[in-house]
Design a binder for this molecule. Sequence first.
Ligand code: ADP
Length: 608
Amino acid sequence: MRKMSVTGRAFRVYNALNRKYFPAVVLRTFFDKLSPFFNLWISAEIVTGLYEGWERDRVFLLVAIALAGNLVIRVMAALLTRAVNTQQRILDDNQAAAFVAQTLSLDYAKLEDPEIRTLRRKIMENACINSYGVVYMRNNFRNAVDGLFDVLLSLLFFGEMLSLASNAGISLLGIILIAGMLLCMAGSFIYTQHSGKKLALSMEKLGDVLLKENRFSNGFDLSGQDVRMYRQMEKVSALQNKLAKDHRRLFKEVNTTRYLLGLPARFLQWLTTLCSYLVVCLYCVLGAFPVGSVIKYTGYLNRFFGGIGNLMHGMESILENEPYLKVYLEYFDLENDMYQGSLAVEKRSDKKYEIEFSNVSFKYPGSEAYALKDVNLSFNVGERLAVVGMNGSGKTTFIKLMCRLYDPSEGEIRMNDFNIRKYDYREYLDLFSVVFQDYKLLSLPLGNNVSSAAVWDAEKAESCLREVGFGERFAEMPKGLDTPLYKNFDDEGVNVSGGEAQKIALARALYKDAPFIILDEPTAALDPIAEAEIYAKFDEIVGDKTAIYISHRLSSCRFCDKIVVFDEGRIVQVGSHEELLCDTDGKYYELWNAQAQYYTDKKEVSGA
Ligand code: ADP
């Protein structure tokens, strides 16, 4: 029952993506199936006509009907095949679009949740193994409809067969043969059910290897320098060979199992066919059926039994697929649970926004440890705030909470006296220009990347690029702002280095011109000269905005009004560079001294 309801729901959700696909499949299958039935019927009529010595014109008319009927059926089937292929393409596209849309609509916190990542990965991997999921349902729906038409069309002709047979009276042999036929069919069905389970076990092992092969081709960067430098080519090849060998072995095993398990079923099917021939011949000999009917009725009976088998097998496979459909539905049923506020963010020309963290603690979804603990901090418009601390001390998490990518587990963050959850989310996000440590550029034109829009202000975009030191490189861009970045979608795309990409990401933050500018390790990929240039211009770049810099290079934070020191998720110190250096027991002093030997001279170390 549960399997039926999950499958039914999945079918409705999938069908809604393109309502023309399944009707097209049904219609195409009907015409496909019509062909053998029509040919059986017309051939039997022609043979009977010839045997019984009908007039030549009558026989020729039958031949003409046979040719014309075949032509119409074939043309219709070809047209409908084309329609099915077109509709299938549309269905696949809509399905992919729905998946992307659902992913993009999720809250960041949901998207990053390890359980939800696993769910997403499972859907993709299931589809790779054996097209499990919606595609498996679709394919088996086709098989079931195929079988159903065989059964229905045979039944249409059964009436004629039964009424002719009844004219011949009851024959004991006939009854025995019909009972034998039904028994063999039932036996074949029960046996196929039983053997299907054994085959499924063997398929599972093959699926496991297919999954690993898929991970191998997606997960190994074969062009990687490290693979070469550390001479890991042999290991990579050995892994690939092992997977290929396992694949071949299990593939052979599955095929042998399928063949051996199939033998008894085939034997039973053969017995069913034998009985059907004997029954039809018997009634022919008894004079109930015309001679040509031997072809027709044995054909119908075979199609009927074959159809029942396909219908049952299709239905069973559809239901077996239920666990994969469940995962699919689970993903599409995900709803965002972050509170969506409606308070409008005041557009202040003086950019007077004050942010305050009050007793904020946070654990990442699925994690038991606090990434932030009891954070209390406020800062005002125009301030230059530096956030420093060792790796993993909570700096990035602090920013992610401020931008509401996550909500605090405890405590609250307020902006201008209101909890940030109360603000309209989009409007709130508009307040921040952020360059994350793991920023991403898109394989789209440069202008599109800088402006984050399809149409951009060229002058503003160019000036932002110049401000961050991208001017010279920009002059070399073959199509200026229209130059596509990277070659993923365009052969004329331009590859940029890590440092250049970081500058573009900085320009994007400037272009947005939001009241808060947040830079998380903004210069990590820049060379020292480019870094020095950017720092020299920071004041000019940032202007009257509130700026938050996260850096593990303390020397680059000295010019900030306020430095906040994080350690193991807590704020352990707040103050100016000079103030913090005075506390020789403090974390800042420790970090500064650890780095000072690389970046500064002795005078600075002492804080003079
Ligand atoms: P920092 O920016 O100072 O290097 P983070 O804010 O990135 O530190 O990390 C703080 C802590 O939270 C670390 O212990 C880190 O391992 C953990 N953490 C970061 N991101 C995640 C995540 N997505 N899921 C679980 N834990 C995370």
